[in-house]
Design a protein around this ligand. Structure first.
Ligand code: NAI
Ligand code: MG
Length: 362
């Protein structure tokens, strides 16, 4: 098979970690697993400099035509002064919105070799492997009305509105249950049905999707505040965790701190199936453009390379190739190779290029 990847390196360390992806892709091509064609285009500040806006129309068209998109990171001090609606982040938001990427997958994996870098004790996190499935295009971040009004007495009143429909909950539930089938077969669904109507509907719809289609998967409902506590108390009790946009934002950041470094965390954002039957999908590291270390060959490329592994698994169905790549990351870390962000004292750390080459060799 042959796959078309659109590479959008972006700004800061984005191009450096994306170069790591190209190094790894070259090694994957040599295995003969599949053919990978790549195109590279601009996003974020780099696109502002060229086109005057953070995502050109022709880039969006390329994104729609690609089998999958890999994005580095956008933003940096250079563009702090640009207007709000053409700031670098607006390019990423437009991609997510126009491709209707409603399912955000954020794995929290704690590699044994890095367990001491976690915010928790080694025994609580060693071998941790959670998949948080966050609804990304609905809920309180988008619901109307959304406004600040001035009251008669001059004080202000702010309103955000949480809205979820049956269809929005159903489709994210399907993503979570399908993932669980390929993992440990367990889903936990987090909401607050005790105080929110959207939580009542969330629980009802998830329960129904489960009963109708996924009787083989174990489902547990958990209140979101308790879930935050459980993530810190005994995180390994979870496998797939599905939740709404707001709770997912918070819970995935909590889970991130269990793993060690921001430079280790990949993500996927999935949409509905496109014309060819393949889902629209964008893969990116959780971290930003890290202007403090940009251009210095210091960035950890593992979050970006791990995002490629997710792409192989979730967009292309190349589970074995993804396992091979994830295994290469684990082995490289186990062999003691470290970038500065994950080196115990910074001593003996390798650069971005050397880390990517070590993973490609493995
Ligand atoms: P950041 O994630 O860029 O950096 C936070 C800290 O983590 C910095 O000290 C950085 O050096 C370090 N770090 C991040 N990624 C690393 C890696 N791969 N290897 C080693 N160290 C790494 O977040 P920050 O500083 O808040 O934002 C910087 C810029 O990035 C801003 O313009 C922000 O708007 C943008 N940003 C973009 C995102 C995206 O493209 N999705 C997400 C978050 C921030
Ligand atoms: Mg967040």
């Amino acid at each position: 098979a042959s796959y078309n990847l659109l590479l959008l390196p972006g700004d800061g360390i984005g191009p450096e970690v994306m170069a790591g992806v190209e190094t790894v892709l070259a090694a994957l091509r040599e295995t003969g697993i599949a053919r990978f064609e790549t195109e590279t285009d601009l996003v974020g500040g780099a696109a502002i400099d060229r086109h005057g806006k953070p995502l050109a129309d022709e880039t969006l068209e390329r994104a729609k035509a690609a089998d999958a998109i890999l994005l580095g990171a956008v933003g940096g001090p250079k563009w702090n002064g640009v207007a709000y609606d053409i700031r670098p982040e607006a390019g990423l938001l437009r991609l997510r919105k126009d491709l209707a990427l409603f399912a955000n997958l954020r794995p929290a994996i704690c590699y044994p070799a890095l367990a001491d870098a976690s915010a928790l004790k080694r025994e609580l996190v060693e071998g941790l492997d959670i998949m948080i499935v966050r609804e990304l295009t609905g809920g309180v971040y988008f619901g109307e009305p959304k406004e600040i009004t001035v009251q008669a007495d001059g004080s202000k009143r702010a309103v955000d509105t949480q809205v979820y429909t049956t269809g929005e909950i159903e489709r994210i539930a399907h993503v979570a249950f399908d993932l669980a089938r390929k993992r440990s077969g367990r889903v936990a669904s987090a909401e607050k049905n005790n105080v929110m109507k959207s939580g009542v509907l969330w629980k009802e719809v998830v329960t129904q999707v489960h009963a109708e289609h996924y009787a083989d998967v174990a489902l547990e409902h958990v209140l979101a505040d308790n879930c935050a506590m459980q993530l810190v108390r005994r995180p390994k009790q979870f496998d797939v965790l599905v939740t709404d946009n707001l709770f997912g934002d918070v819970l995935s950041d909590v889970a991130a701190m269990l793993t060690g470094s921001l430079g280790m965390l990949p993500s996927a954002s999935l949409g509905a199936a496109g014309d060819g039957g393949m889902r629209r999908a964008l893969y990116e590291p959780v971290h930003g453009s890290a202007p403090d270390i940009a251009g210095a060959d210091k960035a950890n490329p593992i979050a970006m390379i791990g995002s490629l592994a997710m792409c192989l698994r979730y967009s292309f169905g190349l589970g074995e190739a993804a396992d091979l790549l994830d295994g290469a990351i684990t082995d490289t870390l186990a062999a003691g190779t470290r970038t500065a962000d994950i080196a115990a004292d910074g001593a003996g750390a390798v650069g971005t290029k050397a880390m990517a080459e070590a993973i490609a060799a493995a």
